[in-house]
Design a protein around this ligand. Structure first.
Ligand SMILES: *Cc1c(COP(=O)(O)O)cnc(C)c1O
Length: 428
């Protein structure tokens, strides 16, 4: 038995499904998971000493790569002064200031401990501020495991949602409308019909959780106009895109300002984090300045704040986002060419340092098209890449992430391996 297989056996004895988050079980690709003992830059080392070039990057959280010396030094320094106080610290003020200065729509920000908490709290605030109850979300967008957002589309476009998992009540699901991503017409219809009842529209401004699906031109702006027109709150879930696709996030890139923004992942530098922020008049309604309750024992944790600040310092260095864009473009070009040479139907979709190779023959603009991708072929491709020391996210419906630790040579090696792997799955 390898050390990994021993660990996997024990994990299944003590943890549900052997993991603490479902996708880590690698079921979608028919593999056993990896047990990681160390990360170094763009690389992971598993319990058997295997080295992998990592495109998961902790699901996008690690903009600076694994164990970046600057990030580690800041966390260590913070830890030596104590791990948690449950009282205000200088670091949380500094990280809040950094976010507020970077993202113009955010005037006040509240730190929480996960992206899930951020979206949950933003929705509570939107409902409180509007006195309305309905939420619009889009199929294929993931906003954490908040009950109101773990809702699947009903049978028609304008029917209320149905529970997306046992444990979410039909009452909760019935307050969420699930619409197709990028479908302006569906949103217009929803506002025409339910305008005065809609508290908020929540959207991933670049979808990352059905694989990478960019917004079609005009989609985000139309959401802005419709919400403004009806007095609903527009929430951008930038848990992935915030500080990843640029210093000002997706809202900076596409030039659309939401009322509230959710953050997570990158701003915690690899430690547990979330945040929500936005217009001052809205955020001032959060306790203790306002009546909307929301709290957290470990919120603004000093280690997390230190890791986030250190990561954003690296992101802010001149040329950092240009470098990520250049690496992303190189990877995209190389994969496109490899796909063409292998003659496999596949498309590559990318925004900055997030990318997905869909095994389907036409561009993907919504969840229905994403679901048409050949997941068996993706699984075979994933295995073929893993065999070559390259670790992709273990599902067709996830983004690959680049970090500042990835190098041109890593991208070249990936493209070469993908060429071989694609030829393999073309035959299979
Ligand atoms: C990861 C993610 C979340 C949830 O964040 P957690 O920290 O896992 O709770 C929410 N929204 C988006 C867009 C995400 O990618």
């Amino acid at each position: 038995m390898t050390r990994s297989s021993t660990l996997w056996e024990a994990a299944q004895r003590y943890l549900p499904g052997g993991v603490n988050s479902p996708v880590r079980a690698f079921r979608a690709v028919g593999e056993d998971p990896l047990f990681i003992v160390r990360g170094e830059g763009a690389y992971l080392i598993d319990a058997d000493g295997q080295r992998y070039l990592d495109f998961i990057c902790s699901w996008g959280a690690l903009l600076a790569g694994h164990a970046h010396p600057h990030v580690v030094a800041r966390i260590t320094e913070a830890a030596q002064n104590g791990t948690s106080f449950g009282l205000p610290t200088p670091q949380e003020v500094e990280l809040a200031r950094t976010i507020v200065e970077a993202v113009p729509s955010v005037e006040l920000v509240r730190f929480v401990n996960s992206g899930t908490e951020a979206t949950m709290s933003a929705i509570r605030l939107a409902r409180a501020a509007t006195g309305r109850s309905l939420i619009i979300k889009f199929a294929g967008c993931y906003h954490g495991h908040v009950d109101a957002l773990l809702v699947a589309a009903g049978s028609g476009i304008l029917t209320f949602g149905i529970p997306g998992t046992p444990g979410v009540t039909s009452g909760t699901a019935s307050e969420t409308l699930v619409l197709p991503y990028n479908d302006v017409g569906a949103v217009e219809e929803a506002f025409a019909r339910y305008g005065e009842q809609i508290a908020a529209v929540i959207v991933e401004p670049v979808a990352g959780n059905m694989g990478v699906v960019p917004p079609v031109p005009g989609f985000l702006q139309r959401l802005r106009d419709l919400t403004k027109g009806s007095g609903a709150i527009l929430i951008f879930d930038e848990v992935i895109t915030g500080f990843r696709i640029g210093w000002n996030g997706a809202q900076g890139k596409y030039g659309v300002e939401p009322d509230l923004t959710c953050f997570g992942k990158v701003i915690g530098g690899g430690l547990p984090v979330g945040a929500y922020g936005g217009r001052r008049d809205l955020m001032a309604q959060v306790a203790p300045s306002g009546p909307v309750y929301q709290a957290g024992t470990l919120s603004g944790n000093p280690l997390t704040m230190a890791a986030g600040l250190a990561t954003l310092e690296l992101a802010r260095q001149p040329g950092a986002y240009e470098r990520l864009e250049e690496l992303g473009a190189r990877l995209e070009r190389g994969l496109r060419e490899a796909v063409r040479l292998a003659g496999v139907p596949a498309v590559v979709q990318r925004v900055g340092s997030m990318l997905t190779l869909f095994f389907t023959d036409a561009p993907v603009t919504d969840a229905r098209q994403a679901e048409a991708a050949d997941t068996a072929r993706f699984a075979a491709f994933h295995r073929a890449m893993r065999k070559r020391g390259i670790l992709l996210p273990p599902s067709q419906f996830e983004a690959w992430f680049l970090s500042l630790a990835h190098e041109e040579a890593d991208v070249e090696r990936t493209v070469e391996a993908a060429g071989e792997a694609l030829r393999e799955v073309a035959r299979g």
